[in-house]
Ligand binder design. Structure first.
Ligand SMILES: [Zn+2]
Length: 65
C-alpha cells in the first residue's frame, strides 16, 4: 500500500533558498531531500512545516500536473 508522507519545506537560513518537498510515495528521491543548498551550497539546511501559502502553491502545482 502506497503511503504518502506529509509534505515539508527545506530552507537555507544562509541565503533564503527554500523548496517544497512533496514525495508522491514513501520512496524519497535524492532531489526531495537535498543535503546541500542548491543556491549557495551551504549544508545548513533546515526542515519545517508548510505555511498556508505553501499548501496553496502545492495544490496549484498538483492541479496543473
Ligand atoms: Zn543557501
Amino acid at each position: 500500500m502506497a503511503f504518502r508522507p506529509d509534505p515539508w519545506i527545506i530552507y537555507c537560513p544562509d541565503c533564503g533558498w527554500r523548496r517544497i518537498c512533496a514525495p508522491k510515495s514513501d520512496t524519497i528521491m535524492a532531489w526531495e531531500n537535498p543535503a546541500q543548498c542548491w543556491h549557495c551550497h551551504g549544508d545548513n539546511l533546515q526542515r519545517g512545516p508548510l505555511t498556508v501559502k505553501d499548501r496553496i502553491a502545492l495544490v496549484w502545482r498538483q492541479l496543473r500536473g
